[in-house]
Design a protein around this ligand. Structure first.
Ligand SMILES: [Fe+2]
Ligand SMILES: [Fe+2]
Length: 168
């Protein structure tokens, strides 16, 4: 597709985040399953539920714009997924994995906040007020999700990890 106007860029970036959100539905389920700490696993499940709402909002955005919802492969999220998959192939202690999963989730939230922050600004510039409101709603939920995982990371009892050094 040719991207030559602000609207083209807007649609391109919407397709990119639409792809990312759909991938994150699977990622958040997997993170919840891999994590032993129940409070952390619950945070992943809660945000997965919110993520279903993010996909619904994007469907509404495409409809308001008169566009078919399409996916543009999002290399940014794919990179984070690959990074996480490579970590899983290493032999890690369960507590280390729980902490790593929190950090992986933080990275995805930062990515989404950058994407939605930019989309909300462009929607306002394009005079797409209703679309902008939908994007702002999701942006606020992404920020709250980041706060949640950042707090859980800060509160994580690092003794669980520092005591888990290997002998080799
Ligand atoms: Fe999201
Ligand atoms: Fe998110």
């Amino acid at each position: 597709m040719s991207v030559s106007s602000l609207r083209d860029l807007f649609v391109h970036d919407l397709e990119d985040v639409y792809y990312a959100e759909n991938e994150l539905l699977d990622v958040l389920s997997e993170l919840a399953e891999q994590t032993e700490d129940e409070e952390i696993a619950q945070a992943f499940r809660d945000h997965r539920e919110e993520t279903e709402g993010h996909v619904d909002r994007l469907d509404q955005v495409f409809e308001k714009l008169g566009q078919e919802p399409e996916h543009e492969e999002c290399e940014g999220i794919e990179g984070l997924i690959t990074e996480h998959e490579e970590f899983l192939e290493m032999d890690s202690d369960q507590d280390v994995l729980d902490l790593h999963n929190l950090v992986a989730a933080q990275k995805t939230e930062h990515y989404e906040i950058a994407a939605y922050g930019n989309l909300a600004v462009i929607a306002d510039r394009l005079g797409e007020g209703e679309v902008g409101d939908l994007l702002h709603e999701t942006l606020e939920e992404e920020k709250a999700a980041l706060d949640k995982v950042a707090t859980l990371t800060e509160e994580f009892d690092v003794q669980r990890v520092t005591g888990a050094t290997s002998d080799d």
